[in-house]
Ligand binder design. Structure first.
Ligand code: F6P
Length: 320
């Protein structure tokens, strides 16, 4: 009987559990044994596993987080750590690994290929920064969380005629900031991919809209662009408008996944197991124009995904 090792790695994302469920159920239906590996690659090195059965994934499709737990392992980045994990795979008779995670986890998987274990990567990260796929698992839920939170902040911002600077996740990627910024009508949206001039893109825009009668402002900033608290101080000094900073933080990584994330996770998990059944090739599972497809790990590492500049332009035109 073929054995698959299944792990979640890196920052968790809503919908990872739905993907775990899909992998386990598809595998068992097709006569494959699934070993759930706890705490990502760290658990793999130390053989922290549990055999999954159909009922082990009951009642998790609606839950955020990951029942397998997650970690970022420094040790696995060393050749000794990888060797330890490869030996463990042999010992446990794991022929294929299904890895649910983000770009860091996929880089780790790429390093692991030299040990001859098939790695099938499923993109699970709120950042949506995996180039080969239009959507990653967790991104939609995170954006909806940001929207909900920013709407609440907006209520009090409006009551007090203030400005609120809302910092969202995304060290290197502005997908969450841009899309949620458009959804909440932010006056300015700052993303790491696009250079900005604080005076021109934030202060001047606020002054311009003040002249047209606007009395409250929401600025969305991706964490990679700077500190919301510092920006709030500068806005208050330069405009005279009382300004507060809100850092949404890890609330964005939690919560029950949206329909979109649950369906995407179910499709990707199911696809990953069928891929293992049909091929020994390692790959990254991706959503492309509503289809689920796969790319070679090397190929996907060389792809780029750009922020939607048209959406950025549109935000500037209508959020005034
Ligand atoms: O990669 C997902 C993510 O949530 C990023 O948006 C964020 O910068 C980072 O993880 C935070 O990581 P940690 O939970 O380790 O602080």
């Amino acid at each position: 009987m073929t054995t698959i090792g299944l792990l979640t790695s890196g920052g968790d994302a809503p919908g990872m559990n739905a993907a775990i469920r899909a992998v386990v159920r598809t595998a068992i239906e097709n006569g494959i044994k699934v070993l759930g590996i706890k705490n990502g690659f760290k658990g793999l090195m130390y053989g922290d596993t549990v055999e999954m059965d159909l009922r082990s994934v009951s009642n998790i499709i609606n839950r955020g987080g990951t029942i397998l737990h997650s970690a970022r392992s420094e040790e696995f980045l060393t050749i000794e750590g990888q060797k330890k994990a490869a030996d463990m795979c042999k010992h446990l008779e794991i022929e294929s690994l299904i890895i649910i995670g983000g770009d860091g986890s996929f880089r780790a998987a790429r390093e692991f290929l030299k040990f001859g274990i098939t790695c099938v990567c499923i993109p699970g990260t709120i950042d949506n920064d995996i180039s080969c796929t239009d959507y990653t698992i967790g991104y939609d839920t995170a954006m909806n969380t940001v929207m909900e939170m920013a709407d609440k902040v907006r209520d009090t911002t409006e009551s007090h005629s203030r400005c609120s600077v809302i910092e969202v996740m995304g060290r290197d990627a502005g997908f969450i900031a841009l899309n949620s910024g458009v959804a909440v009508g932010a006056t300015s949206i700052l993303v790491p991919e696009i250079e900005y001039d604080f005076d021109k893109d934030v202060i001047e825009r606020m002054k311009k809209t003040l002249r047209t009668g606007k009395r409250h402002f929401v600025v969305i900033v991706a964490e990679g662009c700077g500190k919301a608290t510092q920006m709030a101080k500068e806005i208050q000094e330069k405009t005279g408008i009382e300004t507060r900073a809100t850092i949404l933080g890890h609330v964005q990584r939690g919560g029950s996944p949206t329909v979109r994330d649950r369906v995407l996770a179910s499709r990707m998990g199911n696809f990953a197991v069928h891929h293992v059944l049909e091929s020994k090739e390692s790959c990254v599972v991706a959503a492309k124009s509503e289809e689920i497809v796969s790319y070679g790990i090397e190929e996907s590492a060389n792809m780029t995904k750009l922020l939607d500049l048209e959406l950025y332009r549109l935000a500037y035109e209508i959020s005034i």
